[in-house]
Ligand binder design. Structure first.
Ligand SMILES: [Zn+2]
Ligand SMILES: [Zn+2]
Length: 122
C-alpha cells in the first residue's frame, strides 16, 4: 500500500457528496497540487486518489487530468485553481501528456470565448 487509506481519507473533504470536488485539505506544493510527505510512490494527492479509485498504479508515462477543471470554464486556472486539490476519483482520468496538453489548449480556447479577459493560463 502506498499510504494507509485512513491517512489519505483524513486529508480529503468528501462532504460535498459523490459528484462534488473532494478537496485535499493538507499541504500543497507551490502549484496548488496536494502534496504528501514522506517516501510514497505517488507524492501527489490527485495521483494517489486515482490509484485508490482504480486499485492499480497510474500507467507509466501518463498524467492524471482533472475533468472537473476542464469542464469549469469559470476557473481562471493557474494558482487560483482549486481543482488541482480535487481527489474525487470520478473527476480524474489518466491520459498521455499529449492528450492533457490538447485538452488544456481546448479549454483555453473555449474559456477565451466565454471570458475574453486575461488570466487564461491553465
Ligand atoms: Zn473535482
Ligand atoms: Zn480549475
Amino acid at each position: 500500500m502506498l499510504l494507509p487509506l485512513t491517512d489519505f481519507e483524513a486529508k480529503v473533504d468528501r462532504s460535498g457528496g459523490v459528484n462534488a470536488c473532494h478537496l485535499w485539505t493538507a499541504s500543497t506544493n507551490g502549484y496548488g497540487y496536494g502534496r504528501l510527505g514522506g517516501a510514497v510512490a505517488e507524492p501527489y494527492g490527485h495521483r494517489l486518489a486515482w490509484v485508490l479509485a482504480h486499485g492499480r498504479p497510474v500507467p507509466a508515462g501518463l498524467q492524471v487530468d482533472h475533468l472537473c477543471h476542464n469542464a469549469d470554464l469559470t476557473c481562471p486556472g493557474g494558482l487560483l485553481c482549486t481543482h488541482r486539490r480535487c481527489a474525487n476519483g470520478r473527476h480524474l482520468e489518466a491520459v498521455s501528456p499529449a492528450v492533457n496538453a490538447r485538452r488544456a489548449a481546448e479549454r483555453r480556447r473555449r474559456r477565451a470565448g466565454v471570458f475574453p479577459l486575461p488570466l487564461v493560463w491553465g
